[in-house]
Design a binder for this molecule. Sequence first.
Ligand code: SF4
Length: 329
Amino acid sequence: MSETIVKQEKENLLEIIDLKTYYPIKGGFFRHTVGYVKAVDNISFAIKNGETLGLVGESGCGKSTTGRTILRLLDATDGKIIFDGEDITKLRGKSLREIRKDIQMVFQDPYASLNPMQMVGSIVAEPIMNFSNKSLKSLQGEVMELLKKVGLPEDAFYKYAHEFSGGQRQRIGIARALALRPKLIIADEPVSALDVSVQSQVLNLLKELQDEFDLTFLFIAHDLSVVKHMSDRIGVMYLGNIVEIADKEHIYDEPLHPYTQALISAIPVPDPRKKNQRIVLEGDIPSPANPPKGCPFHPRCPKAMVECSLTKPALKEVKQGHRVACHLY
Ligand code: SF4
């Protein structure tokens, strides 16, 4: 590779190394720890500056816990979170506050995440006011500019969150997330609570803002069809593990892991003649408090072999940039 190409390669903004987030299970008279819910169980991935990584999987697979651990709303049990070259895994106090300027979250439910009785101007200005001595009045122009950028009228500043629709409330949540000009936005199912007709408008807005504000995204969703539009690369999670991660094109055109194949087969296609054979998975996702031995997917996998119930497959690179955790490869 020539030196010029090396220089042009983007750097990692975020690196997750062997991350584990376990919740203790308390039991007995003295409330001792009797076990752990392994919500995130040893995952590693990186996101480059300006890139969007989609993190997909069924409810309870650990994707939201991953996002909250990166944001340091939850403590990691083990592993490292490297953000912009700095190990932020154990930061506390002032240093952690400083990092929070650079990592913001857009939440799933725009109804629950915004105070309906708070004026929109104050909701959007709040993060800036938390980090400065500026008054709401002095921030009015800046906040109105942000409201315009997310497609809301300037006079939204004086209205209350309850006066807006779900899609508009999510725009308010996005404006608030942008207020501190973060480098990374963790979007946790940002459109799943919205009507289908509104979802694509919000996704398009996030795309536009990514270019304008030079943003990097971790985009969490339970649905592969939602992340397709947004993501450069996609990681598929199952029971606290990343089972496959690759460029978007490889995940959609050449999924290797049987779980990814099942998720892809469930995506509705507009042309019924091109319809894939739907792979229906039997059974429910097992409890992360008691994950199966061997491959975590083996009780539901249509291709399981004897080895699968004995040995956990490592996530290994099978093609350039395409990693999969399955004994078939
Ligand atoms: Fe299925 Fe075995 Fe591959 Fe797991 S390792 S996904 S059980 S084939």
